[in-house]
Design a protein around this ligand. Sequence first.
Ligand SMILES: Cc1cc2nc3c(=O)[nH]c(=O)nc-3n(C[C@H](O)[C@H](O)[C@H](O)COP(=O)(O)O)c2cc1C
Ligand code: SF4
Ligand code: SF4
Length: 330
Amino acid sequence: MADTSKKYCVHVFTGTGNSLHAARALKAALEDKGACAAIALIEKPQGCAMPAAAHVFMFPVYAACVPEIMLRHIGALPRAAGAKAAVLATFGSMEPGKGGEEGYALEEARAALSARGFDVFYTGVLAYPGNVTAMVNPPGPELAAKITAFSAAPLKAAAEAIFSETRVYKPCKPGMRAVSFITGGLFRHWGRKFMGKWFAADSKCNSCGLCAASCPAGVIKMSGGRPVWNFACQSCQRCINICPQKAIQVSLLRAALLTLTVLVPWHILFGLRGVWLPAALAFNLASYLIVCVLADVVLTQLERIPALRPALVFNLSAGRNRYLAEGFEP
Ligand SMILES: Cc1cc2nc3c(=O)[nH]c(=O)nc-3n(C[C@H](O)[C@H](O)[C@H](O)COP(=O)(O)O)c2cc1C
Ligand code: SF4
Ligand code: SF4
């Protein structure tokens, strides 16, 4: 029976549109039951225009944890004094009917929401096409459509549980909490920031500026007609997938210089053998960061020279598919 007293605010973060696709399907399923639902993209400032009886938080799983931008959003919400909340994440799948790995993400979101005073009554996850184009080939359109279609039934079940306020928690698998702590911590504090710095535009870039305009974290600035990435990337994969020219690549030179240099024992190179280990590690970290910033500045300037670009932007990503959820327009 219709229940118009139920109003939902669906807080969404999405990189390539899967979580928004799921949010729209959830909204439709809730509205079929007579409820009201509003979708608020967390990257936009307006939020939900109506008071909500329940809040639903939807986001992609990143490195078995919650995206940093979603944790910040939750942390900035007013204290909830027992308001109802549900968590419905999406994770990556490369085969219809097979899910990815949510790790600690659902429990992490639940803990963050509980700390803000929410009563989290539901946590669940839906399988959508994997989107990490910077690292692996995402599914092509036909396979992506099949993977997405497989989530229709679980999504309806999630909508039913959320509407009826059934208490459902998907627990973290044994051992995954420790693994997620390492993967999520490394990704959140280091990996995502440097993955943004692996990107460079190749010669197909026509300076349209779409990548900069659509980045949800305001990471990309156009400079001299070319996109330049700063160190605040969420690694959401929107830019590499949205470029109409398929011009954004993962430069192997950038990836190697900005990642592998963390392994260089700088204290030995500088002749500081036998120093106290914590001091050596601090010296190595400082040297690594300086080298990264300098390498980035130099590479950014050299990439402006058309003759040097093919070598500097040498990559394995040009031949990969690009993936955006059907109908996704940020
Ligand atoms: C940086 C990054 C890390 C990811 N980590 C995981 C993961 O740990 N487990 C998983 O199953 N999927 C992972 N994925 C896949 C996404 O969670 C999945 O494709 C999601 O549906 C993307 O949603 P979106 O289109 O709303 O951004 C990751 C994707 C990215 C970009
Ligand atoms: S979206 Fe692509 S073509 Fe447009 S500015 Fe960005 S890299 Fe260049
Ligand atoms: S730079 Fe690209 S991958 Fe990073 S947050 Fe922006 S759109 Fe996402």
